[in-house]
Every structure is written in C-alpha cells, then in structure tokens.
Design a protein around this ligand. Sequence first.
Ligand SMILES: [Zn+2]
Length: 268
Amino acid sequence: MGLFDVHAHLTDPRLAAIEGEVLARAQAAGITTIVSNGLNPGDNQAVAELAARSPLVRPAFGLYPVDAVLPELLALGIPYEHRGLEPVAAEVAVAWLRQHLPDAVALGEIGLDRHWVPEPLWERQEAVFRDLIRLGLALDKPIILHSRRAEARALQILQEEGARRVDWHCFSSKIKLGRRIAEHGHWLSIPANAARIDGFRRLLEILPRDKILLETDCPYLSPVRGELNEPASVARTVSLAASLWGCGEGAAVDQLEENFEALFGFAP
Ligand SMILES: [Zn+2]
C-alpha cells in the first residue's frame, strides 16, 4: 500500500532520459504505483517495455483523442506537434489495443478533444471513442479519460455506453459538472498543480472524498511553474488534501488508497 499517480507519461523523452532518478525520487516519496498512460501504438509499446522493467510502473494503453484523428488533422493542413511519430490510422491503433489491452491495468488515455480538433472531425473522433469504450467494457478495464472542451458530450457518451469505471484526468470544466460526474459514480484525478491552480484545489474541497484520485500528467502540469513534473509531486497533493479535509496525512492516504482500489480492483 502507498501513494500512487494514476496519470503519468514516463515515456515522454524528457522523463525517459532521466528514468532512473525519476523512479528513485518517486519511491523515496512513498509512491508504490505509477500508472503510465500511452498515447498511440508506438507509445503504448514503450509503456509496456517500461512496465516490464520497473515494478513501480503499471501500464495503461490508450489512444490520445488527437492521435485518434491525426492523419485526418494533418490532411486538413492543421499544424500539430505529433512528437515525431508517424501518424497512424485509428483502425490500426484500435487493432493494436484489441490485441494488447488485456496486459494493461487500464484503457487510457482516451477521450474527446475539441481544443486541437476542429468540428469537421468531431464525428470521427466520437466514433473512435465509442469503439474504445466498448473494447474497455468487453475486457473489463477501467478508463482513464482525457476531455478538453467536450466534457458534457464525453459524459453523455460514457453514460450511453454504460461505462462506470472511469477516471476523469485533469478535469478542467465547471465545478458543477465535476460534481455531477462524481455523483454519477465516476472518479476525478486531481493533478499536482492543485497547489497553485484554484480550480483543482476547489475540486479537492467540494467533491465527495471517495471519488478523488491523484495524478501528475507529468512531465506536464508541474506544481512549480516552468519545472518538469514527475510522479514524486503527488506527495504535495496529499498534504494539500489533508489540510483541506482537516485530517492527518495518514487518513488522507487511507482514503485515496481505498478509492484507487475501488476503480482499479487492486491496491496501489
Ligand atoms: Zn495525459
């Protein structure tokens, strides 16, 4: 039992270059489980290899909602930083997941993104999202959800498909909708930059405590602006949660561990 990070990108080149020290600092901070999320087939493969050599890391395989329509996006001439990877058709990425998702602890990240993806591609993005939700349900895997400027629509689709084991990563829409999501039975993972972003801090305060998980989205969303983020920073969020909840850190960790186990089906 211990602390966890449900949404990390340890395969990001900036973190992969310093993998040993990042994992050592996570362990020193009391973290026992890091769920590293994949973005596309190439990244999923890297996540699988990392998890195979590190007992701290558990793999989540996914298809980032922008990657899900990347060939179409580039064909429209829309510039998007795609990390130097070859754009892969969604069908190929879904076929990879069909084969390998049984080896993962979760399906993620997947979802909807209307920030980078223009309206003509929303329908295709949603169709891929539905296919993936159905795959996750068929294999009984929890979903780690990315939603940007499409939260109400994502909730509607998840409800229509009957997905119940869902973690909303880095939820950034209205607090009222966040509360509705938790009341619906889904979880929300709060990033470590809650230390400096009021919206996340507010979620920690008002959401039912049994629906809260912790994440970093590292290397992004550092609690210190401009710094590279890493899983060790969840320890800060534990301190923040304990102070907002008016309890000791031990009690906060107990609650968070229970929440993790309720979603993933194993203790962190
Ligand atoms: Zn992410």
